[in-house]
Design a protein around this ligand. Structure first.
Ligand code: SAH
Ligand code: SF4
Length: 353
């Protein structure tokens, strides 16, 4: 369906095509700049290309794009987007303004195969992987909105939307390469965070390629049996193997790893859970992000303030770096997959553009 798309063709194919139609090679550079640097969504917008070339490109290639299907603003300023892909599938992205930063949360798949029990995306099942340009489209569309809404570019990207990035390894890496390339969006890798459920083989692969962005691991429970119950992906990626992959990752990249831990009432917020988490993290330097559970996913509830405090105090007593992240955009279902799920269930639309 997308094989003949302008953003799928290889550099070699382009060189071949341009030579067949008798166009100069420098036109390829101009074309690539429109596609990957300026992120335009149509051949007609490529102002420095001759009309005749534009017509030939249109005849030869498709130009598939994603569009903003819905935009919802939270009371706290978080803006959630539903993107409609070229084949009408829906994915989500979120813009989170905070001081001088605007963080964009982007998706890597339509749905997810991994079925974590507390996750709205997990309960939807898997539809398909995103192509690299569909990942980049989310950035480009939200960056435009970020400028319109907040008068500034996106400063940070987190791959924490729908899907498991490392289950779409090749296209996610391609997208990150383009986002960080000087010929692309030239973002600093340190401003990008990839969040994974903890796929062991792919974490080792990232270590071997000296992955430059930050790595965040959604641990949520350190106890192996409990984790397998809550997160089925743990059965093939047990915690001792995950721990050794993360140790290897640190050895190869020298990076500190972010551990994400969503506190769910009575499930993973006891003192024993905190002890097991501290044990897990002893093998490499970490920063722990404790995240308030976004409770719109029954039967799970957010941890009580008392349990949350006890959890933090224990980790701090072990000299661990701990941040408590309050859940942003709760009123607009901003946690992973919640808005698309709501829409599929006939949720009320607040804004359609
Ligand atoms: N698949 C990847 C990235 C997408 S999920 C991963 O699992 O890391 C991004 C984060 O949102 C994960 O840490 C996930 O556990 C968390 N999440 C899912 N449902 C949530 C909810 N209802 N409340 C808070 N965080 C949630
Ligand atoms: Fe997939 Fe991540 Fe949701 Fe788990 S938390 S189901 S891995 S998107």
């Amino acid at each position: 369906m997308y094989q003949n798309d302008i953003r799928e063709v290889s550099e070699e194919q382009l060189i071949q095509f341009f030579s067949t139609i008798g166009e100069k090679p420098f036109r390829i550079k101009q074309l690539n700049s429109w596609l990957w640097e300026k992120n335009v969504h149509g051949f007609d917008l490529m102002q420095n290309l001759p009309k005749t070339l534009i017509e030939k490109l249109k005849k030869q290639f498709t130009f598939l794009v994603s569009r903003i299907g819905q935009e919802v603003t939270s009371q706290d300023g978080t803006v959630k987007f539903i993107f409609r892909l070229h084949d009408n599938h829906l994915i989500e992205g979120v813009l989170i303004p905070s001081g001088k930063r605007v963080t964009a949360c982007i998706s890597s798949q339509v749905g997810c195969k991994l079925g974590c029990k507390f996750c709205a995306t997990g309960s939807m099942g898997f539809t398909r992987n995103l192509r690299a340009w569909e990942i980049i489209d989310q950035y480009a569309l939200m960056n435009q909105r970020s400028n319109e809404l907040f008068d500034q570019n996106i400063t940070n990207i987190v791959m924490m939307g729908m899907g498991e990035p490392l289950d779409n390894y090749e296209q996610v890496m391609k997208a990150i390469n383009i986002l960080t390339s000087p010929q692309g969006n030239a973002l600093s890798p340190s401003r990008i965070t990839l969040s994974t459920v903890g796929l062991v083989d792919q974490i080792r692969q990232l270590a071997d390629v000296q992955f430059k962005p930050s790595l965040a691991v959604s641990l949520h429970v350190a106890n192996n049996e409990k984790r397998s119950q809550l997160m089925p992906a743990n059965k093939k990626n047990p915690t001792h193997q995950l721990q050794s992959a993360l140790r290897y990752y640190h050895k190869q990249t020298n990076q500190r790893i972010t551990i994400e831990y969503v506190l769910i009432n009575g499930i993973n917020d006891s003192l024993a859970d905190a002890e097991e988490l501290a044990q897990f993290c002893r093998a490499f330097p970490v920063k722990i992000n404790l995240i308030q559970f976004n409770s719109t996913h029954p039967p799970y509830q957010k941890s009580t303030p008392e349990n949350t405090q006890r959890f933090i105090q224990y980790l701090e007593s072990k000299n661990m770096v701990v941040n408590l992240r309050r859940s942003r955009g709760e009123d607009i279902a901003a946690a992973c997959g919640q808005l698309v799920k709501k829409k599929a269930e006939g949720g009320r639309r607040k804004a359609e553009i």
